[in-house]
Every structure is written in structure tokens, then in C-alpha cells.
Design a binder for this molecule. Structure first.
Ligand code: TYD
Length: 205
């Protein structure tokens, strides 16, 4: 693949959607060919999931995980891979780690969630906007989905933080100001791009 695949993760209310969009804007302004995308996707399964998220009763968690994985298959096929083939920087607001964190926090085995997502395109860089559950719940003016309560958010954050500890994520402190968070995300992406460039140069020598 010619492009670079970056996913941005975080709790609901962490500012990740806004930051992911600002990141794309900043990269484009600086001459990079970047595109924004998100999960749940705009495809038919993604639209179905979004409708269900506002309902009172939560779906059976295994069904939830399978639906998110199915939506991801469409998202990868229709949006992510074509953009990567065209050499773009793809910034995805949520990806496989959201399933691990959210459906994992609901009690599903992380191994099983990984297994049903095993064929999904691997991100080149994963960024985690870390904000405490207490702060995000204050920020969320209304309850957006059945996933949003303090206990769930704490559990979700713990799973994300374990991936940070394993070195699978670059952590950005989301309690800082909007500008600082954006600058940090931007420098992580630029740092990754520079590493790729340096490797390409070394391979040529
Ligand atoms: P969110 O990023 O909040 O979408 P938006 O800001 O556009 O409304 O995602 C909606 C919810 O979906 C969020 O609570 C997390 C949940 N989710 C999962 O539980 N598993 C997943 O795999 C994904 C992609 C999202």
C-alpha cells in the first residue's frame, strides 16, 4: 500500500472526532493528501448500527461485535483500501481498538474480538486521546448512546490504556487545550512519515 493508515481512538467526548477532522485539515493545508473517515461507517451496516445505538436496550454484545466487524469489512473495502492505494493518508475516527475497548468492556473475550477482526487492514499508527471518564461525562451534554455511563467508560479506558502500555498506541493527553492536542497528534503523524521516508532512503542505499 502506498498510503498511510492512522486511527484515532478515545472515549466518547474525548474530542477525537473533532481532532481527527482538524488533523486532516492541517495535513491538507501543509500539502499532504489526507482524508477523514469514521466508524461506524456510512455504509448500510454502519447506518444500521448508528440507529440501534440510540435505543434503550443494548444488543447482545456478540451481535454488536459481529456487526461492527462486518461494518469494518465494508469500510476497509470501500473506503480505506482504495484511499491507501491512491497514496493518501487515511485518518479513521475509531477502528478495531474501539471494538476491543467497548465490546471487551462489555465482557467479550479480547481474543475473540481480535479473531473476528483478524483480516482487517492493520493501522500504521494508532493514536489514543486520553481523557478521564469523569471529564468526558461532564463534557457530554446529553447521553448519546447506550454505551455512555461512568462504569462503562472506566472499563473502556482501562482497555485502551493497556494497549498504550503494550506500546501499540501513541498516547496524547486529551485534557490539554484543543490546539495543544492537535499539535501533538500532528507531530506524531509527521514523526511516523519521517521514519517511513528514512527507511525508504536506507532501502535504496
Ligand atoms: P462515536 O465515535 O461516538 O460516533 P459519533 O461521534 O459519530 O456518534 O461512536 C459511536 C459509538 O459506537 C461509541 O459509543 C463507541 C461505539 N463503538 C463500539 O462500541 N465498537 C466499535 O467497534 C466502534 C467502531 C464503535
Amino acid at each position: 500500500m502506498k498510503g498511510v493508515f492512522v486511527c484515532v481512538e478515545g472515549l466518547d467526548g474525548s474530542g477525537k472526532s473533532t481532532q481527527a477532522k482538524l488533523l486532516v485539515k492541517k495535513l491538507c493545508k501543509d500539502g499532504y493528501d489526507a482524508v477523514f473517515t469514521a466508524e461506524p461507517s456510512r455504509g448500510k451496516i454502519g447506518r444500521f448500527i448508528r440507529k440501534r445505538l440510540f435505543e434503550q436496550e443494548r444488543m447482545c454484545t456478540s451481535v454488536e461485535a459481529l456487526l461492527f466487524a462486518a461494518d469494518r469489512v465494508e469500510h476497509v473495502q470501500h473506503t480505506i483500501v482504495p484511499a491507501l492505494r491512491a497514496g493518501k493518508i487515511v485518518i479513521s475516527d475509531r477502528y478495531v481498538y474501539s471494538s476491543l475497548a467497548y465490546q471487551g468492556s462489555a465482557g467479550l473475550s479480547l481474543d475473540w474480538i481480535e479473531a473476528i477482526n483478524a483480516n482487517a487492514q492493520k493501522p500504521d499508527l494508532s493514536l489514543f486521546i486520553d481523557v478521564s471518564p469523569e471529564i468526558v461525562l461532564k463534557r457530554l451534554k446529553r447521553k448519546k448512546s447506550v454505551m455512555e455511563n461512568l462504569q462503562t467508560q472506566r472499563c473502556v479506558q482501562e482497555i485502551y490504556q493497556n494497549y498504550v502500555k503494550k506500546g501499540l498506541f501513541k498516547r496524547v493527553d486529551g485534557s490539554k487545550g484543543r490546539r495543544e492536542v492537535l499539535d501533538e497528534l500532528y507531530s506524531e503523524v509527521i514523526c511516523y512519515l519521517k521514519k517511513v521516508e528514512a527507511k525508504k532512503r536506507d532501502d535504496l542505499v
